[in-house]
Design a protein around this ligand. Structure first.
Ligand SMILES: [Fe+2]
Ligand SMILES: [Fe+2]
Length: 278
């Protein structure tokens, strides 16, 4: 696809689900297992500051975009990410209520750091955003493609949260990339940023997961780590089979729409809409 053209998803729906993330959700809300629950908790806890950063990074270049379809997508992207941030903030409050206070301290640190990066390094910020959007699109595909793999074992409110978020990540996956191609298309910058954000995300999610597992007193149990292995790398695991999609980013002619998610979106959008009462 011509990187100068906006993708085929003009008019992104900004859904405003009311998902009640109440205190009745147990700590180990995914199949009663500590590792998978806290791995996704860790990821979720980075979204409030992360998604605000994505929106600032893309909005910085809003005035330079003269393609009305892409300008409309930027509005949809900001609206969708804003809603994700809102719900994941509620989830974070739940986690803080469980006593995982380090998450708030890490978030304050990253929020300050990323605001600084937005001001001082807007191109780097945008390339980092596009790279993370590729990672979230890969995870979204995993979550949406087979509900029995992940979401079936979740607490129902958490299943709704993750399926809705995954759908919208698939829907808006090319927006930051299309803006990046317009304003800062260097393939070397985007490759380098992918390497850096991958390392950063792996480190941060690992740190947060281990912290919560430690707080629960299960970090050093063999059972915890066999859950982790099954969840991430076992048959149907979250990170199983994603190598080709991940590596595609490093190709010179890569575009997010070269991985076609349209059939998946068409199939899942009405189901998710019904689940969240949209
Ligand atoms: Fe999001
Ligand atoms: Fe996103």
């Amino acid at each position: 696809m011509d990187p100068g053209q906006a993708g085929p998803r003009a008019g992104l729906a900004v859904r405003r689900p009311e998902i009640e993330l109440s205190t009745h959700i147990p700590r180990h809300w995914l199949a009663g297992e500590a590792f998978p629950s806290h791995f996704l908790d860790a990821l979720s806890s980075t979204f409030p500051f992360g998604e605000s950063f994505f929106v600032r990074s893309v909005n910085h270049y809003r005035d330079q975009i003269d393609d009305p379809a892409l300008a409309e997508q930027i509005r949809g992207f900001a609206g969708q990410e804003g809603q994700h941030s809102r719900l994941h903030d509620e989830h974070l409050a739940l986690l803080l209520g469980h006593g995982y206070a380090l998450l708030a301290a890490r978030n304050r640190f990253f929020d300050r750091l990323l605001r600084w990066q937005n001001r001082r390094q807007p191109k780097v910020s945008l390339a980092a955003t596009a790279a993370i959007e590729h990672l979230t699109a890969i995870l979204a595909r995993q979550v949406l493609s087979d509900p029995s793999r992940f979401t079936a074992g979740m607490h129902p409110a958490m299943a709704r949260l993750w399926r809705w978020h995954a759908l919208e990540e698939a829907e808006h996956k090319s927006v930051a990339f299309d803006v990046l191609m317009r304003v800062a298309p260097s393939p070397w910058r985007r490759r380098l940023m992918m390497l850096l954000v991958t390392l950063e995300l792996v480190f941060e999610v690992s740190l947060r997961s281990c912290y919560m597992l430690y707080q629960d007193g299960v970090l050093f149990r063999r059972e915890t780590w066999s859950q982790g292995w099954r969840f991430l790398f076992g048959r149907g695991g979250l990170l199983r089979g994603i190598g080709a999609d991940y590596r595609a980013w490093y190709r010179r002619d890569f575009h997010p729409d070269s991985i076609d998610d349209r059939a998946l979106i068409e199939l899942q959008a009405p189901r998710v809409a019904a689940e969240i009462g949209y």
